[in-house]
Design a protein around this ligand. Sequence first.
Ligand SMILES: [Zn+2]
Length: 105
Amino acid sequence: MQMRCKRQPQERWQITRQRIWQRDRGKCQGPYCQDYPEWSLPLKQAHVDHIHELSRGGRNDDVNLRILCRRCHCLRANHSHQGMIMGALRDGIIPANWREWVWEG
Ligand SMILES: [Zn+2]
């Protein structure tokens, strides 16, 4: 088992989440929210994204973490986020043509 690929234990992850959220001031770092510099997410709604994915050897270091909103997170390419996409479609977070909005980075 590769420890570096593991998620942090829940209690520790909550502390990490809060730290990243504070660092990014609750602002989504995704491409679709850059035009709204004043817009920030409450901690509960903020997604903490691994820039370099855990499954590909990414780490839980702060430099590898960033805040994304649910929509930008869903639409990020190369994620195995089928469940999240289905839920976001159902909730109207992303449009039916979401594939055209997928981004990389
Ligand atoms: Zn966003």
